[in-house]
Design a protein around this ligand. Structure first.
Ligand SMILES: [Zn+2]
Length: 370
């Protein structure tokens, strides 16, 4: 057992052997002593340059990437390793082991492990080549997206059409606009601003902020910054209403501020979130659509809580069907679920825009079916 302490052996139990074998193997593979490439090239379309992979991994420490995706260590082990809840499956007691020095993880619950690239594959549920694209974007896009969001924020007050649209959607208070960092993309001026700041055009293209032909991708859109993405809501009826930049939509909106609440309200859209926040609800989060990704499910299941699903009451019943299927899934994971029924044809945003108030919404929650 070498240098393991008795406490570790107890903690790691029988699995310790697998863990060690796993690390030794992973380490060898990274060194390339077993195979010429750490990853079989046929997993991606083009052959993968090992040096480029090593560089990418050096630039994105696993621990930093995990924490940027809301992972929190629950307790420390020897030699700088950490244990926490697994972000890859609904984990109730910490089974996810991270070694920041080796840049490797292993989960005793779901048995999966590897490096930051493997984590990105599993976490975003994408293939190897797509995981590389996401990681490269993540490495390069953070400051760029922040700068774009800042620019859109400045544009908001300069464009009365944007302010008028926000008013019409019930977004009034400067505190809310600041809290959500809401901005406006008029189109045709982001590229100039960012290139003048020294960002290469190619970086703007890669982040999806600028089209292949060099035009601003978001035109006449209200913009909400997300983690690693920007959501754009079109003001024009002729354009697709909802857009994201390429890449994942990320986890639940503002989850860090919401997770401590024993009861959370989950809504579909950011304007629903905005309306509830403005009405004084602070335990609200948003899944950006009715389909939750694995990470969002994992977040809702990361502790004991009750989730109130306040999806749209569409006339075709789509929102309610989605809520029921999500409720089944969450209930299986031990989350208490209540489905709130809004008046027909309403979503939480229109409920408040049509003069609904916080007390009335609270009664809907209290009346929610289990
Ligand atoms: Zn796991």
């Amino acid at each position: 057992m070498g240098t393991t302490t008795p406490a570790q052996r107890v903690l790691l139990g029988e699995d310790w052997r697998h863990w060690r074998v796993f690390f030794v193997r992973a380490h060898h593979r990274c060194l390339g002593s077993e195979r010429p490439l750490p990853y079989s090239a046929n997993r991606g379309k083009e052959s993968v340059n090992r040096q480029a992979l090593d560089e990418l991994k050096q630039q994105i420490p696993l621990m930093g990437y995990l924490q940027a995706h809301d992972w929190q260590p629950a307790r420390s082990l020897s030699r700088g390793r950490w244990m926490g809840l697994c972000p890859l499956h609904a984990d109730h007691k910490p089974s996810f082991l991270v070694d920041p020095h080796k840049d490797l993880f292993y989960c005793y619950g779901c048995g999966r492990g590897g490096d930051v690239i493997r984590f990105a594959e599993l976490y975003h549920q994408v293939r190897f080549s797509q995981a590389l694209v996401l990681l490269r974007q993540w490495r390069g896009a953070g400051p760029l997206l922040d700068e774009a969001a800042r620019f859109y924020g400045i544009q908001l007050e300069r464009h009365p059409e944007a302010v008028a649209y926000l008013l019409q959607r019930g977004v009034r208070s400067p505190e809310l606009i600041e809290h959500m960092r809401i901005g406006y993309a008029p189109g045709g001026c982001l590229r100039g601003w960012l290139t003048q700041l020294g960002y290469p055009l190619e970086a703007l293209r890669q982040a999806g902020l600028v089209t292949g032909a060099g035009y601003d991708a978001y035109v006449r859109r209200i913009v909400f910054p997300l983690e690693g993405n920007l959501y754009g809501r079109s003001l024009s009826a002729s354009a697709p209403p909802h857009r994201f930049l390429p890449g994942a939509k990320g986890g639940l909106y503002a989850w860090d501020q919401v997770r401590r609440h024993p009861e959370v309200i989950l809504v579909e859209g950011l304007f629903d979130y905005a309306a509830l926040w403005e009405a004084g609800f602070r335990n609200v989060t948003c899944s950006l659509g009715t389909h939750l990704n694995a990470r969002q499910i994992g977040q809702l299941c990361d502790g004991p809580r009750t989730a109130y699903l306040a999806f749209d009451a569409d006339t075709n019943g789509r929102g309610q069907k989605a809520a029921q299927s999500l409720a089944r899934r969450l209930t299986e994971q031990g989350v208490k679920v209540r489905i709130a029924s809004l008046p027909d044809g309403n979503d939480p945003n229109s409920f408040f825009v049509q003069d609904g108030n916080a007390r009335q919404f609270q009664s809907l929650l209290e009346a929610a079916r289990g």
